[in-house]
Design a protein around this ligand. Structure first.
Ligand code: AGP
Length: 616
């Protein structure tokens, strides 16, 4: 999704801006651009191609300056086209980039048009550029303060003015923005430099001194100095924000022997799980942060808020929490929860789950829950420096490492590990976990990396199935109980990257409608662990076979489900108990991956999707 980098420096900052955009590339974008102050005027290069092309353009055109801003755009208002790409200019004087969505852009556009402003794009961003220009009377900081007071919606902006070289102003509300302070070391080695970015990762290797701007902040960057102003109603007051030392990863992981990042990330799962569980010697609430014991003692229910794949790990956790920790749990899609009337209970543990920690809907749902008086908040998140971690009282940081592929894989399995630990910690505090049970669960968790290796070894068999799937346009996924969310995740993976229409159902629900879809043309993927529901599931498989449906079953070794005409079986290891979903999701990831490869899609950057969904 959209990315921002901006800087003032005594040196040429164009290579740093472009490198920053490259570090944000994995988030998904459809155009990119850079603008600088050069020769007393604004200069800009924009492209609907990759950032590498933008780099060549800037080099060929001799674009160089100590003041500039850059952007990767994921289209919301207006098609992915050069004229819609950021930075946007206003009358050759103001240059601006923006992440987020301005809800009152129509009203502002009409107002600005009436004042004679001409719009070159269909974006909501150009409205902000003209608004800043309209309010500019010699001081960019004042103009930006005036402009943001008029905006409704979410924004992170970086802006500079032709008449004030060496100055960049930023502002945020609802979209992340950080300030970087230059150091003697790093790629730029300029302690007078100041940077803006939507994500610390953009500044990896450039500076490790980061200020996380807060909601409503406006920031003024000049050589060797910066000021932060905090919004207080309709006014702004100077404020101090702590400079933190942050070791951001560059994210530019090598592909190694893999064809795509997604494949690499699927195969990284044993290591990601081992890293996530490293240092877990025993179950204690303090795994989730200081004060977790008293929080866990004071809650009677769990509310999980998440989107997409992260919501499926939440759905899996609901089964664990209710059966092992005996605590009621509800799981809500964040984009729905934030807008619906619900009945709040202050004795609720609100758990957000997010790979990126920047998902706008999940952050807004968290805010909404807090506004309803639910103050006990915890996040399971993969990015320690993210807004989600900063906003929640308690956290468990999964150590999946940077996930580049848009389709989430290792983040999901490590979320499940974090959620299982949460289940055990709550069970312990609530008196439902004996020492013996704790030891057994921990033993099974520690064995997961080895168990996963055995599942990954099934890849050649999955490749053979993928060839058949690549010719289909529809697929059904079935699971029961703990493995129903895994079926949902398998279907999401397949549609995201292969563009095959896939739906998942609890297998017992089939006869209530979806069975009508079953023909010889409909592949039915089934997750078949050897759990208490196996016999019920076998009956559901019979219902499909009786209608001529073709079954593709991932069956635990001890299920006695054998291959026969119309029934294909890949044998999983023996049943892995409560942690079985972590194993069963892997072949579904591989099936989606190899089907997408066979169809020739852009696996790591599927059409229309972004890695980090920072708009609503
Ligand atoms: C996963 O494959 C998806 N790309 C998507 O559903 C993702 O899980 C969702 O957008 C939530 O993201 P988050 O975990 O970063 O909050």
């Amino acid at each position: 999704m959209c990315g921002i980098v901006g800087a003032v420096s005594a040196n040429n900052i164009v290579p740093i801006l472009v490198q920053g955009l490259q570090r944000l590339e994995y988030r998904g974008y459809d155009s990119c651009g850079v603008a600088v102050h050069q020769g007393g005027e604004l200069r800009r290069s924009r492209s609907t191609s990759r950032v590498a092309e933008l780099r060549t353009m800037t080099e060929d055109d001799g674009v160089a300056s100590g003041t500039g801003i850059a952007h990767t755009r994921w289209a919301t208002h207006g098609a992915p086209a050069v004229h819609n790409a950021h930075p946007h200019f206003s009358r050759g004087q103001i240059a601006l980039v923006h992440n987020g969505i301005i809800e009152n852009h129509d009203e502002l556009r009409d107002e600005l048009k009436a004042k004679g402003y001409v719009f070159e794009s269909q974006t909501d961003t150009e409205v902000i550029a003209h608004l800043v220009h309209h309010l500019y009377a010699g001081d960019l900081l004042e103009a930006v303060q005036g402009a943001v007071l008029r905006l409704r919606g979410a924004y992170a902006i970086a802006v500079f003015c032709r008449d004030e070289p060496g100055r960049v102003v930023g502002a945020r509300e609802g979209s992340p923005l950080i300030l970087g302070v230059g150091t003697e070391s790093g790629t730029q080695a300029d302690p007078t430099a100041r940077y803006l970015a939507s994500d610390a990762m953009a500044l990896a290797g450039v500076t490790d001194r980061i200020v996380y701007l807060e909601e409503g902040d406006v920031v003024d960057l000049q050589l060797g100095k910066h000021w932060v102003l905090a919004r207080d109603g309709e006014r702004f007051k100077p404020t101090e924000r702590e400079v933190k030392i942050v070791q951001a990863h560059s994210g530019a992981a090598e592909l190694g022997p893999y064809r795509h990042y997604m494949q690499k990330e699927i195969f990284e799962q044993p290591r990601a799980l081992a890293d996530t569980l490293e240092g877990v010697e025993g179950i204690t609430p303090e795994l989730f942060g200081d004060g977790a014991y008293s929080v866990f003692k004071n809650v009677d229910r769990v509310l999980i808020l998440a989107c997409g794949t992260s919501s499926y790990s939440g759905m899996t956790a609901k089964y664990w929490l209710e059966s092992i920790a005996k605590i009621p749990c509800s799981v809500e899609i964040a984009s729905e929860y934030r807008y619906r009337d619900s009945v709040p209970d202050p004795r609720t543990l609100v758990v957000t789950i997010s790979q990126s920690g920047e998902t706008a809907d999940t952050l807004a749902a968290l805010k909404h829950a807090r506004s309803l008086g639910m103050e006990h908040t915890l996040t399971i998140c993969n990015v320690a420096t993210s807004a989600m971690v900063r906003e929640c009282k308690l956290a468990y940081i999964t150590r999946a490492g940077v996930e580049v592929g848009v389709a989430s894989t290792k983040a999901f399995s490590t979320q499940l590990a974090g959620l299982f630990l949460l289940t055990l910690a709550l069970a312990q505090v609530r008196g439902h976990l004996t020492d013996e049970q704790e030891a057994q669960h921990l033993k099974a968790m520690r064995h997961l990396p080895v168990a996963l290796q055995a599942v990954l070894a099934l890849e050649p068999q999955v490749v053979a199935w993928a060839e058949a799937f690549a010719r289909k346009e529809n697929a059904l996924f079935l699971g029961r109980g703990l493995h129903y969310p895994i079926a949902l995740e398998g279907a999401l993976k397949l549609k995201e990257i292969s563009y095959i229409h896939a739906e998942a159902y609890p297998a017992g629900e089939l006869k209530h409608g979806p069975l009508a879809l079953v023909t010889a043309e409909m592949p039915v993927v089934t997750v078949a662990p050897n759990d208490a529901l196996l016999e019920k599931l076998k009956s559901n498989l019979q219902e499909v076979r009786a209608r001529g449906g073709e079954l593709f079953v991932f069956a635990d070794d001890d299920t006695k489900i054998e291959s026969s005409p119309g029934l294909h079986v890949i044998r999983m290891p023996e049943h892995y108990g409560a942690l079985s979903p972590i194993l069963h999701v892997v072949p579904l990831q591989l099936l989606a991956y190899h089907t997408a490869c066979a169809r020739g899609t852009d696996v790591d950057k599927p059409r229309n999707l972004a890695k980090s969904v920072t708009v609503e």
